[in-house]
Design a protein around this ligand. Sequence first.
Ligand code: NAD
Length: 381
Amino acid sequence: MSGTERLRVALGARSYDIVIGSGLLEQAGALMRPVLRQNRVVLVTDENVAALHLKRLEAGLAAAAIAHHAIVLPPGEQTKDFSHFQKLAEDILGRGIERRTTLVALGGGVVGDLTGFAAATLLRGIDYVQIPTTLLAQVDSSVGGKTAIDTIHGKNLVGAFHQPVLVLADIDALATLPRRELLAGYAEVVKYGFIRDRAFFEWLEAHGAALVAGDAALRREAVLRSCAAKAEVVAVDEREEGERALLNFGHTFGHALEAETGFGDALLHGEAVALGMRLAFDLSARIGLCPPAAAQRVRRHYEAVGLPVALASIANARPFAADALLRHMGRDKKVRDGQITLILARGIGDAFISREVPAGLLREFLAGEAANSLSRPISAP
Ligand SMILES: NC(=O)c1ccc[n+]([C@@H]2O[C@H](COP(=O)([O-])OP(=O)(O)OC[C@H]3O[C@@H](n4cnc5c(N)ncnc54)[C@H](O)[C@@H]3O)[C@@H](O)[C@H]2O)c1
């Protein structure tokens, strides 16, 4: 496997590098030193990641004589709430941090979003470094500066745009990721192909299965291409006023499915996005915007790599109801003047923002999908 790659997210004074490669945790001190404003960091991670990767990071910081201490949170989406945020904030402040202290998020999107939000708000804003350890976090959540926590009204409803000062994506960390989590992250990888890069999708058709199975060189290439795509979009539309909304492809449907399944283990965020993108292609084909063959190709690729295709495949799913899904879609952050915003596709690599799908047609489409969600095979006694 070849060496380390460096990408730049070009945002003027808020520009930063994404470093992608192997063995980066061990080199983290040397890599971070140029961006630190004080020879001291506070690490935030979760119990799973701490057990697997914290020692390597601590050794990397010690090698560069950077003072550090770690705060270890419980794993899982439940940690991204007000009560854990309060505890984390008090814990960080209790260590006597200064404006020049840097936080370091070592973990998946949960740790990254929560730590980023702490960095955005503590002392009215301090620096943070993202060290993403899930595929989803490496290709998506660690780049772009969206930070947030969840509320009882929905996910990510309290947050801030706050860019990190550095992202270190260590491909080695993915080796310990459970296959289901890896596949959930793969959904965000294939998303970049779907929205604007047909050639990348074709590359994934050729290599996706081997990448999922563990090929580190292919993983590195996929993280690199995904981060390059995200960096480009973020540079032109940091605050999601235009093109960045395309990155939400599949997310409006996906959020509705996550809400219906309780944001828990039954359906991971990336799985919901995968199903949502499949729905977006099928709806696009149904309206005549996209050739049915493209929607078929999406399904075939999902089957080849192991992503879920059918709503009926969701663990413990009760039958979905079109109206319930529509209600959730109506609460999406992207709703404008009451009209649901959808990202649809004219084909693979050609997504666009649509506010024009009539509510009746959307309801009819979802009713068809909901009816199919009933057809789950009943397991034999
Ligand atoms: N900020 C953004 O732009 C953005 C984008 C997409 C998603 N998100 C957010 O990201 C979150 C989901 O992130 P996620 O999928 O990374 O979930 P996660 O952070 O919950 O991590 C998934 C699981 O994998 C474990 N884990 C992490 N790294 C591991 C490793 N290397 N080996 C073994 N286990 C490991 C974690 O402990 C956790 O149990 C959601 O809250 C979502 O809203 C944010």
